[in-house]
Design a protein around this ligand. Structure first.
Ligand code: PLP
Length: 396
């Protein structure tokens, strides 16, 4: 299998050559002064990506799921009540993890394809006059359905009900790709990882922690050891880790932060939006539907796309891989067999996106889907030309 084709799975994402080189480094002594010099500015620059000045950033050698476990176990105690809405596979996994940690999980069931229900949170929080609910857990970008939720609206709902619960946000597939404002939205724990917007290999959980969340660690009694914030924070303050740090990944993260901050975060977000709009133009040219129920919910990092009645999306993604060597995301959970996912986050250009669209069109044509070969590609081409001002220049 060639490694020249990009992947269109919504993480891990394509790794730019510059980051591959940065991770390709010889062992250095993590107790030597060089490592101290590397780590502190990385943690500092991560705050810019979370958009926090008052919070702090803690990382662990883990995938994003480890970040969730760290967020929960450091700040909650067994039996604590947490409020979660389930609207996709990732919010579902949060629920499962909380239950396994013996938290008292109250679930608001939502249709898949919808987003975080700020109004229902507000209703529930307002009724909780004894303040039994300790935490509200929200998945910012539900990678299973391609839905982005309005975290600012959730914060407003919490404020409107004057409720002191902490706000936990899974931003694994949104941070460093779409706008995230930890301080402005009053997020207490923001969980991410290295392998999506940061365009690195999997292996670092990256967690933004508010002062309120840090305070909560003093009384939280969930068992934790490897993921202990106090151990990690204490070691970080001295320039190290409580155990062996993943130095190659941290070196990669240094380079990734340089790339993101050089491009400018707002430009990074605009690029993701533009590329996503082109993909959505293709979806609508095919006459297909997105899982996301309305345009305000459309994710700029992943599109979950329903296949027509009578077709199996797993057959499509398998065929695209077997015939053309290109990976797309499969349908997860309720979407299994019904939708495929086109990941458009991380290191991506218009040209790469067009190659993905043209590949999935070939795969669909092979399987007798009711589409015209080139129709989605043409719609995306039109959008990309126009959004760069080039189509207009030619018409003038
Ligand atoms: C990828 C992802 C995760 C974390 O998954 P890991 O495989 O543990 O890194 C969590 N939440 C969302 C929304 C994701 O997209």
């Amino acid at each position: 299998m060639t490694d020249q084709n990009p992947v269109f799975i919504p993480g891990p994402t394509n790794i730019p050559a510059r980051l591959l080189s940065a991770m390709n480094m010889q062992t250095v002594d993590h107790r030597a002064p060089d490592f101290v010099k590397l780590l502190a500015p990385v943690l500092e620059d991560l705050k810019k990506v979370f958009k926090t000045k008052t919070g702090t950033v803690i990382t662990f050698p883990a995938s994003g799921t480890g970040g969730w476990e760290a967020a929960i176990t450091n700040t909650l105690s067994p039996g604590d009540k947490v409020l979660v809405a389930r609207y996709g596979m990732f919010s579902h996994r949060w629920i499962d993890m909380c239950q396994r940690h013996n938290l008292d999980v109250e679930i608001i069931e939502c249709e898949w394809g919808s987003g975080a229900p700020a109004d229902r949170f507000e209703e529930r929080l307002a009724a909780d006059t004894n303040h039994e609910i300790k935490a509200v857990l929200v998945t910012h970008n539900e990678t299973a359905t391609g839905v982005v939720s309005d975290i600012g609206a959730v914060r407003q709902a919490m404020d409107a009900s004057d409720h002191p619960a902490m706000l936990y946000v899974d931003c694994v597939s949104s941070l460093a790709s779409t706008d995230f404002r930890m301080d402005e939205w009053g997020v207490d724990l923001a969980v991410s990882g290295s392998q999506k917007g940061f365009m690195l290999a999997t292996g670092m959980a990256i967690v933004g922690v508010s002062q309120k969340a840090l305070k909560a660690t003093e009384t939280a009694t969930c068992t934790r050891c490897f993921f202990d914030f106090a151990d990690m924070g204490g070691a970080n303050a001295k320039g190290g880790f409580p155990y062996t740090p993943p130095v190659q990944l941290i070196n990669g993260l240094r380079e990734s932060l340089d790339m993101l901050l050089d491009e400018g975060l707002e430009n990074v977000f605009a690029r993701h939006h533009r590329i996503a709009e082109g993909v959505r133009a293709a979806v609508s040219a095919w006459g297909f539907e997105l899982c996301a129920k309305s345009p305000d919910l459309y994710s700029d990092t992943v599109s979950a796309i329903y296949v027509p009645e009578g077709f199996d999306s797993d057959v499509l993604t398998n065929h695209a891989y077997d015939a053309y060597g290109v990976s797309f995301g499969i349908g997860l959970g309720e979407m299994a067999g019904r939708a495929f996912r086109f990941g458009h986050l991380g290191s991506l250009t218009d040209v790469m996106a067009l190659s993905g669209l043209s590949t999935i069109e070939m795969a669909m044509a092979d399987l007798n889907y009711p589409i015209t070969l080139g129709s989605g590609v043409a719609a995306a081409q039109d959008y990309y030309r126009a959004s760069r001002g080039l189509a207009l220049a030619k018409a003038a």
